[in-house]
Design a protein around this ligand. Sequence first.
Ligand SMILES: O=P(O)(O)OC[C@H]1O[C@H](O)[C@H](O)[C@@H](O)[C@@H]1O
Length: 297
Amino acid sequence: MSQNYDAGMYDSVTIKHVGELDLIEIERPECSASLTLQGGQLISYAPRGEHPVLWRNPDVAYQKGEAVRQGVPICWPWFAFLERNADPVRNSFPIQEAPAHGVARNALWRLLSITEEETSTAIAFELNAEPLGLKAVVTYRLGAVMKMELESFNLSDQPKHLSCALHTYFAVSDIQQVSVLDLDDLPYIDSLRGWSLHKQDGPLHIAEEVDRIYYDTPAILRIHDKKWERFIVLESSESRSAVVWNPWIEKSKRLSQFSPDSYKHMLCVETGKLLNDYIELEPGQSYTLDLTLSSRR
Ligand SMILES: O=P(O)(O)OC[C@H]1O[C@H](O)[C@H](O)[C@@H](O)[C@@H]1O
């Protein structure tokens, strides 16, 4: 690893070079996981003895400067195309040709700390986005559950408004066997139907391309997987919006690092601060978005 770091200091941590990136691998009695400094990203996570919570993409490229389509890419400090964001977010970043999903996921973050705790390993990364007047720190706690916190800091002397998403690729047995619970009655924007507003009726079953932003989401969302007889539970005390995305057949053909059949084995539920649920930061202020993932019978 290019950064000053001695893997030998930690029982649960090893470093592996894959493609062009270094992966930090965690093996503990409670779980296995891997992370990379690029994107400050969690790449894999599986509680011991269980199906992985995060999808393992067989086509993933570990290339410098290219987002890794797996795990939890961090979309920050805006989600999707900047021009699709609320006015205060757009106005905070008066830049030409803003990259989709912000600047964090392709950038090299700095390792801040690794701490071995009694039942988890904690790892923190920092991204100094000085030109945007911002800094981000992400902290992961990897144990029988996965806890992460994404802190955004306003380093500038102007108020800043930002959006973000924890673009989580979940592993599913078979996309036709899963449903997303806890969305009933919620409003959502459907980006595949001209960004029109709709209302969810019952659990969400995926049987075609889906790309939606749900509002007013509760603190807990669940993905029910009938075949694997499990619920993945997403908990966030701060997020009130979430994207649900599956590219299905046609869009899969246009995606990088994605096999034609991969849509059957993944589902993105992206806990976030999106559209009008954006983050407001006064100069010097910070904000923490939290997410806990667990797998239950
Ligand atoms: O291909 P990417 O830039 O990684 O984006 C992948 C997907 O991210 C989100 O889920 C968006 O809602 C989708 O519209 C987009 O296709």
